[in-house]
Structures are given as structure tokens and as C-alpha cells.
Design a protein around this ligand. Structure first.
Ligand code: GLC
Length: 464
């Protein structure tokens, strides 16, 4: 198999020949079901961490709203693209220092993976996805394909990916890796950011064979990733990235072949069409909606603020409130998706307090209401109009859950069919209800604040 990764041309035919189950073709690969641990999990944590956490800068727009320039992990890319806000900031704070100096200043001296794991557990998350290598090309593990630009060779002097995996596993969390197919400034990467060919001696096929595939293999085999989350795929179609060949290997032969979960970022032709689960990004803020689907598993990723990498210039105005975090999760789960909510640790490895605060609030809410979230599906008959009233529905077997962000008053829900009982999760209080025209009307008596089971939203279980 090594040989196949070593050859430069696409190895699709060779893979098809020895593939046990899946052929190196989208028609075949797309039939692989998303492992149920992931569809049941609903809530994961995304972590963007690397040298960009040193400047931890992106401009905060006047109106405070989301914009593609808000991403602090794009610091190097924005400078290469000549974006003034980044160039000015860099010149005034770091003079002419090259971006690579941030890799030496990225020390991770307060990184404690066990503390991260404890926080993510408390948050109620079930899986965690760490940037193994972002677009700047800095690897968080000692990759032989990146021998001088990684977290053991520079900066921390530690295999951050290994520590991360060990502690997430010990805490019972599934874990995996984000991986960028492109590198902004690697002279061997053939395309430059605006799609014009660069001066590299390598073709993209050779780049994949020499860099991406060996690295993606290491993440699967050495770190036994439960999730492989590629990105930065847009410069080339999947046929040129030879992604089908990699996936056939991953699904047929790798150590993680039965359990691994992948996304849809395998080439410029893939989002919302091929791979594993589909992805959206800052969808509510007008970001990317390519992966929205009523039938296919999908996942929204976003930060708690407007950046993935830590932006220390953001203010409370950019951060979602505790309630907005809970509502974001509920909204997405009720629409059949998973939420991969991002935190951007500081360069020393601490997760900023405001992010911890939001995660802990979500955990408090999930501790009471997890039954209405984990392992649920969307309810096809959910009355769309009730979304306006901030009422969202999930379903588990015959049970429905109506999750209300305002205390309901004679809440009428059509099409439930015959109802046996209505209860409030986390409370023994009686809930008044009556059947009406094949639906139900819920009229719970108001509860005193100290009798409420939780803050933010209340989940009514409708048993049928
Ligand atoms: C993007 C960005 C990026 C971020 C990400 C998360 O397309 O390039 O900085 O890592 O996707 O979804």
C-alpha cells in the first residue's frame, strides 16, 4: 500500500482492485453510512490552535458582524493576500518579522490536555476535533513530512496531538483532526491562494502523494483518529486531489476503517455532494450553507465569537451569549445537524475564560435536557411556524420533545397524533395539556424561578 501512496498519479484503479468493500469512486464511497456514534453525538468541540494564536488578531468590523476577514487563523494568508488591516497590525506590532517567528513563540506552556478534556466533558460534548495542521502548514505532531515546522521541532517541543489524543480518550471522548490540504507558504504547494499556479516543482498529485496522504495516514494509523476533517480543498477538484483513493484506503484498510467519520471537503466539487457528512460554516451569519440537508447527515461549525483561531481583540459583542449558544445547538439538532462549536485556545494553551463560561453553561443545560438532544432525529412534521416563537422539536422513537426558549402559554402543536403524557424534563411539576384535532395544547403553570429545572430553555417531552 505504501507504494500506492508514493506514486504521483491518481491511484484510483489500483485501489479499486484491492478494495475490500468500497471502490475508489464517489458512487461507492458515498454509500458508506455515517457511523452512528457521530449521528447520535450531536455536539462536538472544534479547536483551532497553532502559531496564529500568538498574534491572535483579526480586524473586528465596525458593525461587529461576521465577515470572512474575521478569521484570526488566516493571519498569514491575509498578509500574503495584501490585506491592509493585517499588514498594518503586523508592521506596528512585529515590524518585519516573518510569520514563521510565531511558531517559535507558540509555546503551549500552560497546555494541559486533561483540563481541556474535563471542560469538554462538562460541556456535554461527545467528540473533539483539533487542527492537526492549518493553512499555515505548522503541524501539531512530529510529522516526517514536516520535519522542521512542527510542535516538537519548534515552540512547544511537545507532541501536542499525542497529548490531546491520550487525554480525550481517557475522558471517553471521541477525537479527531482537522487537516488543511493547502499550505499558504510552502514553496512545494503548487497553487497559491488566488488559484494561480505557483512556482512549485510538484504537481498537486505529487503534493498529495508526498505530503497530504502520508500525513492523513499518520493521523489515522498513529493517532487512531475517530474523525478526519479535511479543509482547504478548494484549489483543486477531488479527482486531482486523488481523494477517492485515500478514502477507499481509509474505509477498507485503515485501523479506524469501521468507526472513522469524515466530512465533505475533499475537493472543490465535494461540499454538500460527496464524502461523509456535509458541512456548513457560520450558516446563521451568512457564511457557507453548501452542506444544509434535510436527509443527509450534516454539521455546522462556527466559533463562539466570529473567529476560529483566538482573536484577542474581540469584545463581548462578538461572543454568543450563553442562551444563544444553547439555542444554536437546539436549532441545529432540531434541523437534523450536529454542532461543532469552536474554541480558540491562547498560545500558551489556556482556553479563554469567556469560551469556558459558554461551554459550561451548555453543559449545565445538557445535564438536564440531554435526553432531548443526544441520539434524537429531526421531527419531519415539526410545525415550522413555531420556530418564530423559538420552539424547536426533536424526536426519539415515539417521543417528541418541544424545546421552548420562552415559557409556553397554551402552546398548540399540530400533527402529534395520540398523546399519552406530557412532562417537563428535570421537573416533577404537573404539565397541563389536552388533545386537539390530532395535535396537543400544552399549558404548563408558571414555575417559580427556583423551581425551574434549568435556565434558557425548557424541554417538554410528549410521549405517544
Ligand atoms: C475554512 C477556513 C478556516 C476554518 C474552517 C473551519 O474554510 O479556511 O480557517 O478552519 O474552514 O470550517
Amino acid at each position: 500500500m505504501r507504494k500506492i501512496f508514493a506514486i504521483a498519479a491518481c491511484a484510483a484503479a489500483a485501489f479499486a482492485a484491492d478494495a475490500a468493500t468500497y471502490e475508489a469512486k464517489w458512487e461507492s464511497l458515498d454509500k458508506r453510512p455515517t457511523p452512528s456514534w457521530w449521528t447520535d453525538a450531536k455536539f462536538g468541540i472544534f479547536i483551532h490552535w497553532g502559531p496564529y494564536a500568538v498574534p491572535a488578531f483579526a480586524p473586528v468590523p465596525e458593525d461587529g458582524k461576521f465577515h470572512w476577514d474575521c478569521y484570526a487563523e488566516w493571519y498569514q494568508g491575509k498578509m500574503l493576500a495584501g490585506k491592509k488591516a493585517f499588514l498594518d497590525h503586523h508592521a506596528s506590532h512585529y515590524g518585519k518579522a516573518p510569520y514563521g517567528n510565531f511558531a517559535a513563540a507558540f509555546r503551549a506552556e500552560n497546555f494541559d490536555a486533561a483540563k481541556w478534556a474535563k471542560l469538554f466533558k462538562q460541556a456535554g460534548a461527545k467528540y473533539v476535533v483539533l487542527t492537526s495542521k492549518h493553512h499555515d502548514g505548522f503541524a501539531l505532531w512530529p510529522s516526517p513530512e514536516s520535519p522542521y515546522y512542527n510542535a516538537v521541532a519548534m515552540g512547544p517541543g511537545r507532541d501536542l496531538a499525542a497529548e490531546f489524543c491520550r487525554e480525550m480518550r481517557a475522558a471517553g471522548l471521541k477525537r479527531g483532526f482537522y487537516f488543511s490540504m493547502l499550505e499558504y507558504a510552502n514553496p512545494l504547494y503548487p497553487a497559491i491562494r488566488d488559484g494561480k499556479p505557483g512556482a512549485s516543482a510538484l504537481t498537486i498529485e505529487e503534493w498529495n502523494a508526498r505530503v497530504n496522504f502520508p500525513q492523513l495516514k499518520e493521523l489515522a494509523e498513529k493517532y487512531e483518529a475517530d474523525v478526519i476533517w479535511p479543509d482547504g480543498e478548494w484549489d483543486y477538484p477531488s479527482a486531482r486531489h486523488c481523494s477517492e483513493a485515500y478514502l477507499a484506503w481509509l474505509f477498507n484498510e485503515s485501523k479506524v476503517k469501521d468507526s472513522v467519520v469524515v466530512n465533505d471537503r475533499w475537493g472543490s466539487d465535494c461540499r454538500g455532494r460527496h464524502g461523509g457528512h456535509y458541512t456548513t460554516e457560520y450558516v446563521a451569519e451568512g457564511g457557507s450553507a453548501a452542506g444544509l440537508s434535510a436527509v443527509h447527515p450534516w454539521e455546522e461549525c462556527r466559533g463562539i465569537g466570529n473567529s476560529f483561531g483566538y482573536n484577542r481583540f474581540e469584545t463581548p459583542a462578538q461572543y454568543m451569549s450563553r442562551e444563544k449558544c444553547v439555542e444554536t445547538l437546539v436549532k441545529i439538532v432540531s434541523a437534523g445537524g450536529n454542532l461543532l462549536l469552536n474554541v480558540g485556545p491562547a498560545a500558551d494553551g489556556r482556553i479563554p475564560a469567556v469560551m469556558q463560561d459558554r461551554l459550561l453553561a451548555m453543559g449545565r443545560w445538557l445535564a438536564v435536557n440531554g435526553e432531548a438532544i443526544y441520539a434524537t432525529t429531526r421531527w419531519e412534521d415539526a410545525p415550522a411556524a413555531l420556530k418564530e416563537k423559538r420552539v424547536y422539536f426533536t424526536r426519539k422513537g415515539d417521543d417528541l420533545y418541544a424545546i421552548c426558549f420562552a415559557w409556553p402559554k397554551d402552546l398548540e402543536i399540530a400533527k402529534t397524533g395520540v398523546v399519552k403524557s406530557v412532562t417537563l424534563l428535570g421537573s416533577k411539576a404537573e404539565v397541563a395539556w389536552k388533545a386537539k384535532d390530532g395535535g396537543v395544547v400544552i399549558s404548563p403553570a408558571p414555575l417559580a424561578p427556583d423551581a425551574l429545572p434549568c435556565e434558557h430553555a425548557w424541554a417538554f417531552k410528549i410521549s405517544r
